[in-house]
Design a binder for this molecule. Structure first.
Ligand SMILES: [Zn+2]
Length: 418
């Protein structure tokens, strides 16, 4: 397949990404020092907004909460591509002893959203300085509240995908794979989930102590957990092996189901006999299969313990799927920008997380990429949501080059419905 982005522009993107490394690293570190929880991204939004105005973009603040829309307008008559990055942090106490350690007690950028936002500014700087040659406009979507999976919808309802409507949207997320690497898929990127509440009660002809219900509930949770074939890798070695398996993509992993069932951890006896069940699966039909298995497990235990149950759906989230045409047609440009040896195809999704980028990608063609961020030799494993999460900051260059290249190349392709 032909690359339409010219070698000259590709070189400009690469050299600008390298020359602004110190500046982008500084931005990442500032964000890392000032993490803010979902819905509270005030300082972050103000800080990023200034950077985007300085890059020459038209900035709109307070979009769907603390979201920012920043438009690089080349010609309003030309198409627009969008880049979405997220901004929020997590309620985790950082244990890293680094100069840019979180200054906020109990809050930390442990999911790399500081990295994503810094890359967003990096791409804005580069494409703004090349605007005279850019084939269209770019909308930068800086999204809050990703961890609560509420920010994307709030921004969409507040106009993130209108005036103009972008032709496609791209995004990225750091991953526990070596820095310098980018991993892609043209299918499921991260699955959605279903959440249920189960309430146990004694059968009409039975009566027993409520404490007994908690014991039965805990037995149900244990039985549902034991349906799991897949477990979240916890060490670097386990994670490495898991990502190798995702590359191979065996059918059993392609068709994953992940179950979660737990009593209220803080006070298991607060609501005797009640517990939550969560299901993530590779497709909506597998989620149905999972629901059947949960019911079968509950039926069995309730029969044996003279109890009955009610199961109520409390919430759900859609799958995040990449647009195959968008990913495939821009792949040669990505390979050319980073070197083929740095690009990895995944043949199965990571089964343990979800992403509200799904709501953007549901409305317009979208694609997300995994950005390698680990350097085990420096003790930086990029294991998401852990207190010692940290990245090899060279991933800032890789991420900036990847996103700037993909956005530019996306103007050159004809997008068909996925
Ligand atoms: Zn994240």
């Amino acid at each position: 397949m032909r690359i339409r982005l010219s070698p000259h522009h590709l070189e400009s993107i690469q050299s600008l990404a390298v020359s602004q490394f110190e500046e982008i690293r500084k931005i990442r570190r500032e964000l890392h020092r000032h993490p803010e929880l979902s819905g509270y991204e005030t300082w972050t939004a103000e800080y990023l907004s200034k950077k985007l105005i300085a890059a020459g973009l038209v900035v709109r603040n307070h979009v769907g909460g603390h979201g920012i829309l920043a438009d690089l307008v080349v010609d309003p008559g030309k198409p627009t591509m969008a880049l979405r990055v997220d901004m929020d942090a997590l309620p985790i106490q950082e244990t890293n002893r680094v100069p840019y350690r979180s200054k906020i007690e109990g809050i930390m950028h442990a999911c790399g959203h500081d990295v994503h936002s810094a890359i967003g500014v990096g791409v804005a700087n580069i494409l703004s300085s090349l605007r005279d040659d850019l084939p269209g406009n770019i909308r930068f979507i800086f999204q809050p509240e990703e961890e609560e999976i509420t920010g994307a919808l709030r921004m969409i309802h507040d106009g993130a995908l209108t005036n103009p409507e972008p032709a496609a949207v791209l995004g990225l997320h750091v991953a526990p794979i070596p820095a310098g690497q980018v991993a892609w898929t043209d299918g499921l990127f991260l699955s959605g989930f279903d959440h249920y509440l189960v309430s146990l009660s004694p059968r009409k002809d039975q009566s027993f102590h409520l404490g007994h219900l908690s014991t039965i509930a805990s037995r149900c949770c244990h039985a549902i957990q034991s349906l799991n074939r897949w477990k979240l890798p916890e060490t670097w070695d386990q994670m490495e092996a898991f990502w190798r398996l995702m590359q191979t993509g065996p059918e059993e992993l392609k068709n994953f189901i992940v179950y979660d069932a737990s009593l209220d951890e803080e006070d298991p006896d607060a609501w005797p006999g009640q517990f939550g069940v969560g299901v993530k699966a590779a497709s909506p039909s597998l989620r149905k299969t999972a629901f059947g298995k949960i019911r079968a497990t509950l039926n069995k235990i309730c029969r044996m313990t003279h109890t009955q149950y009610e199961i109520t759906k409390m919430g759900s989230m859609i799958d995040m799927r990449n647009h195959a045409g968008l990913v495939q047609s821009t792949l040669p440009a990505l390979e050319s920008a980073l070197g083929k040896q740095h690009i990895t195809q995944l043949n199965a999704a990571f089964p343990f997380n979800c992403e509200d980028f799904a709501f953007f990608a549901k409305r317009i063609p979208g694609a997300m990429y995994w950005l390698g961020a680990a350097d085990p030799s420096q003790g930086k494993y990029a294991l998401l949501h852990t207190p010692d999460f940290d990245v090899d900051e060279h991933c800032l260059v890789t991420g900036t080059v990847a996103m700037a290249t993909l956005l530019w190349e996306a103007f050159n392709i004809n997008l068909q419905p996925s």
